[in-house]
Design a protein around this ligand. Structure first.
Ligand SMILES: *Cc1c(COP(=O)(O)O)cnc(C)c1O
Length: 456
């Protein structure tokens, strides 16, 4: 008789097409059927437990099946499953919007208020909404020449065609280039690409100079600049100085273009503050949220925008200024209720304080790896840490992508009960906030041993 997990894997591989996967890999990498999860752990049908060191693609903020989220969802299921959000509303959508507006970034001396919430159902859709809203805002203001977007090199904003267009990860983008909008890419301030001896703030200042030059060249053509504040995640966990954000906000104001902050991955405490924008003391014109918003239970996204943007669409129907964008599941009650419960935990429990202790522990455990001959960089921002594997630490010569060193770390991790999913040569940690110090130790030990095997 075949073991249940083997049978499930075979049935899966006969019919399911998996995301971001060359399915052929599963001719030698096992497919892992998961039966359940609790806290930081996934429970395999193989009877083994796996520490979810990447929070299931960064969604599972507080740990799997958080009791407060589970209870809220069960209660919601007994009341209202779904209703379209056009012409109708419901308590979860209202409460969530109220809470998002309440906690949204604010900055002294900036009167901008993120007072409006537009819902969608995944991160890419939120980016599409922000792009369309920004473009449409300028049209409604009579500025028809504004058709361009500025994005940073190394950025990742999703996989639908609009979001992919403003993404600069060739692995995902290059194939589809002929189909995509052409944004203006400016060099990212990420410290990995800093000049020798240049610190993060100096690098940020130099990159702001390049952005200024670009905005001068394209004055009046640009709708918005997009940024993943503090950490470019899918692009390889590249990190930059918070000072870049203040400079970016000032340039966007000077050239009258919108600032779109994509906090889909870094929102809700990941970087040490509730929102990464807070560390730059900025209020964006659009704030895109998803992933951790529902604590990793259901797909949902939200785009927060300013009262000023909202006002540019508010007019008599005949003016043709309305934002006629929708998704069938916009503002789904179950997803909103899960998000309300997630935000209640963040509000009522000392989550950020606990994260500071956990982040310090993670930093201490990673410190010895700075001396490793094949680790060229150890970087961390709050509850995100990354190790950059390289053939030679001093020259930073990378391992050729075709050698797939990261895949070896992944396989080692699974053999030893830890889910690590390196981005090429970048091994990273983005654990759920419920992780314990002992689990952090385990995660780093297994990753270290995996790296030893992978670089051999
Ligand atoms: C994941 C991600 C997206 C896309 O979200 P999906 O829900 O996967 O479509 C966009 N931006 C950032 C920064 C992300 O990390």
């Amino acid at each position: 008789m075949t073991a249940p997990h083997v049978e499930l894997a075979a049935r899966d591989l006969a019919v399911v097409w998996h995301p971001c996967t060359q399915m052929h890999d599963h001719s030698f990498v096992p497919m892992l059927p998961i039966a359940g999860a609790q806290g930081a752990w996934l429970h395999g049908h193989d009877g083994r437990h796996y520490l979810d060191a990447v929070s299931s693609w960064w969604t599972c903020l507080l740990g799997h099946r958080h009791p407060r989220i589970v209870a809220a969802l069960k209660d919601q299921l007994d009341r209202l499953d779904h209703v379209m959000l056009a012409g109708f509303t419901h308590e979860p959508a209202i409460e969530l919007a109220e809470e998002l507006v309440r906690i949204a970034p604010r900055a002294a001396g900036d009167s901008r208020r993120l007072g409006r919430v537009f819902y969608a159902d995944n991160g890419s859709a939120a980016i599409e909404v922000a792009l369309k809203l920004s473009f449409h805002y300028w049209r409604n203001c009579g500025e028809h020449r504004r058709t361009r977007f500025v994005a940073l090199t190394g950025s990742y904003h999703g996989e639908t065609l609009g979001a992919l267009a403003v993404t600069d990860v060739p692995l995902y983008r290059a194939t589809y280039a002929a189909l995509l909008l052409e944004p203006l890419f400016v060099p990212s301030p990420d410290t990995w690409d800093a000049a020798p001896g240049e610190d993060a703030d100096a690098c940020a200042a130099r990159r702001l100079g390049e952005l200024r030059a670009l905005l001068e060249r394209h004055a009046g053509e640009v709708c918005a600049v997009l940024i993943e504040p503090l950490v470019q995640c899918a692009g390889g966990m590249r990190m930059h100085a918070a000072s870049y954000l203040g400079g970016l906000r000032a340039l966007c104001d000077e050239f009258a273009v919108h600032l779109i902050a994509d906090e889909i991955a870094v929102g809700f405490g990941r970087t040490g503050t509730l929102f990464a924008c807070e560390q730059g003391h900025i209020v964006p014109d659009f704030l895109c949220l998803s992933k951790g918003l529902t604590g990793g239970t259901l797909p949902l996204s939200a785009v927060l925008t300013t009262d000023a943007v909202y006002a540019a669409f508010y007019a008599d129907y005949a003016s043709g200024k309305a934002f006629l964008h929708s998704h069938s599941y916009t503002g789904n009650p179950l997803a909103c209720r899960a998000a309300v419960a997630t935000l209640a935990v963040l509000r009522e429990e000392p989550v950020l304080e606990r994260n500071r202790v956990l982040a310090a522990q993670l930093a201490a455990r990673l410190a010895p790896l700075r001396e490793h001959p094949h680790i060229a960089d150890v970087r961390q921002t709050g509850m995100i840490a990354a190790l950059e594997l390289a053939r030679d630490r001093r020259t930073r010569e990378p391992f050729p992508a075709a050698e797939r060193r990261g895949l070896r770390v992944y396989r080692h991790g699974l053999e030893h009960g830890v889910v690590l999913r390196p981005l090429g040569n970048v091994v990273y940690f983005m654990p759920p906030y419920c992780i314990t110090p002992a689990e952090i130790d385990l995660m780093v030990e297994v990753a270290s041993a995996g790296i030893e095997r992978a670089v051999a």
